[in-house]
Design a protein around this ligand. Sequence first.
Ligand SMILES: *[C@@H]1O[C@H](CO)[C@@H](O)[C@H](O)[C@H]1NC(C)=O
Ligand SMILES: *[C@@H]1O[C@H](CO)[C@@H](O)[C@H](O)[C@H]1NC(C)=O
Ligand SMILES: *[C@@H]1O[C@H](CO)[C@@H](O)[C@H](O)[C@H]1NC(C)=O
Ligand SMILES: *[C@@H]1O[C@H](CO)[C@@H](O)[C@H](O)[C@H]1NC(C)=O
Length: 718
Amino acid sequence: MPPDRRPTPYRRKQNLETPSAIIPAPPSRRKKKTFGWEAIVLIFTVLFGFTYMILYVTLAPSLDKLPPIKGPDYDNKLWGTYRSHMYFGLRTRDPKSPLFGMMWYEQPDAVIRPAIRHWCNQGDGISRYGWVAADGRSFGMQNITEKTGPIRTNWINDKGGFTARISFNMLKGRRYSVIFYLVSQYSNARFGLGTHLSEIFKGTSDYLGDLKVSVDSSKMDSISHSTLLLDDHLMLDKLDEYILSNTKAMEKDKKIVFVLNENHAATEGNFVAVQLNIENSVDLEVSLKTTSSTRNWPEGLENSRRSLKTPFSLASKNYTTIQMDMGKVALSNMLGSIGYSFGYNKVNFSHGIYEYGPQQLFSAVPSRPFFPRGFLWDEGFHTMLIRKFDPRLCLEIIVLAKYGPVLARIYPRLEKWNAWLRVSQMGSQKNGYRWRGRNAETYMELNPKTLASGLDDYPRASHPSVEELHLDLRCWLALCGRVMERLSKLYGTDAEHRKYAKQREELTDLDELVKMHWSEPAGIFCDYGKHSMSVALARVPTPSKERHFEYQRVTSHAPQLQLVSNVFGYNSLFPLMLRLLPANSKYLKLTLEKIRDPKELWTEFGLRSLSTRSPYYQARNTEHDPPYWRGAIWININYMTLSALKYYALQPGPYQSDAENIFQLLRANLVRNMANQFNRTGYIWENYDDRTGEGRGSHPFNGWSSLILMIMSDNLET
Ligand SMILES: *[C@@H]1O[C@H](CO)[C@@H](O)[C@H](O)[C@H]1NC(C)=O
Ligand SMILES: *[C@@H]1O[C@H](CO)[C@@H](O)[C@H](O)[C@H]1NC(C)=O
Ligand SMILES: *[C@@H]1O[C@H](CO)[C@@H](O)[C@H](O)[C@H]1NC(C)=O
Ligand SMILES: *[C@@H]1O[C@H](CO)[C@@H](O)[C@H](O)[C@H]1NC(C)=O
């Protein structure tokens, strides 16, 4: 298992496109500034505890009081790469969409299990893959560096279907099998097999009507094929197993060949596949047609690629070729990885777990192999990038609609969201807040995690308690107040406006913030709670256990209520990042100094998450849980810090030029290091090692790390 898998309950690996059984279908059960980045952050940033993103449903019982979001009002019959976790898979944005996909393997020279590729998997050892160009809507071009040569998967859609060109350029003599399949997700879509590649699948459904899939190649003569048809209850996460369990080894020309075990007993079913056996270099063209095509291959693709306009101008900024390539890959992969899923939200009510839905979710994903589904606070960062490129696509993500009175519909939901946060995460002091969900019982964790915050293992008070107050959450709610004050002026009542003005006023009050969260001796903003300055994870004898010892948290000084002043890191930057510090305040000065100090957060690769002076710096949380937000460089927080630095660089005041200087240096460091790592590995990474700059964690990670493009192109929100 990769070392840095986020072991959080709401980040379970579960690549479902629908609930796992395919058939039967799942049972039914003003000023631009006003809604700029802040609203987007607010819409997405602060969610925790739920399995899936709940975008426009927060409190289900009162849902009927909210204006309906009618949707989706985009064309739900257009095919796209909305199966984020596949090397190559296509579907439409509709629960009834058939799923198209590709698998491949190298023909083994012995009777062993072929190493089949289907879902993106870091364990496949594919050195590079990703979208070279994509618009998230109509076309994509992907390069995959397989062990024995490059593969390209390029595609475009048209009104009723798609065409894909798959190119294999493998080493001479290498034999490969490519499998294309179509699987139905509901009982009214039925598929059959043709005898010729020119009409290899055909089918019908009440959703798409008649459809037909053809495969073509310039080397048709040298390609043999075999087919498979199944009609059964199928699990979507087992499709490659079905292929392999229906594969047999044959001998042909003194070589072993694996082919599909053809069985033509049934004439139609819910899963059809064709396997093509290829050698060396082959171009395959696969098309799905429902109605007449409107675009031709390959001019269509070339035209799409050429007409792709991005608002991210990097020219004349003196970037190297590698840096520019990284910028392109950041954008293409963000767009090419957008996924569509469908299923139920699990909502925890007092009387039990309630399945809410079914719901549709259209969202970008942090990482195709690792986190191929929506995450709320990640999506806030994703949409910052997407909305610059294609504002309508951004709205389709947020409200499944591309126009209309979007904010008016979002406003009542944001109200509930804000109210829910204020009530459910209320702290023990007025205007203080506490993330829920820390484990106060455990002594197995060095510092019990705060998953709700999104900063997982970032150290907080050592002994979780109800007295605890979290700095980042208070700052988020100050931001909520600021945004809601503006939105209520446009969409709310006077009473609401007064209420949010009060929230904003109270939570942005500097004296109050300082009183609650500033440590004068340490000169930092931090959390407050039951905290011991002296804890460690130590080997403790436990005679009853098999190993005779275990790692436990050992506390040498009893915890007491105090500021968590031996932890300086990302959490401490929230007052700066959310612009709660006046431009002439000493708090800004001291925070800037600490940012710039190499013993604290400064590295030549970007800002690290935790000061090297903190006892938690690079500390494991348990024996099995390596540090995650305890030193590593994360791009989303660097992005927020850069935006704030730019903001302070524009505010007249004594620290204006300090902010500008730090901004310039930090930006250059981030871009240089990420590009070096991109050059070295071909990937953008989840986070970066603060000692070596090396990419760490899951990869490719084209979620919020792609904000590097916003940074490079000076698209910071000030
Ligand atoms: C993708 O592959 C094609 C064909 O091999 C090549 O011409 C192109 O440069 C590649 N693009 C990138 C970004 O690697
Ligand atoms: C780019 O580099 C040239 C030559 O080193 C320099 O004159 C120019 O000012 C630089 N431009 C920018 C935008 O940094
Ligand atoms: C649901 O909430 C209750 C009360 O907060 C809690 O005790 C329970 O563990 C929660 N259940 C799950 C599955 O999270
Ligand atoms: C990219 O990597 C190659 C080979 O490791 C190296 O020669 C080259 O200088 C690197 N380019 C940049 C811009 O870092």
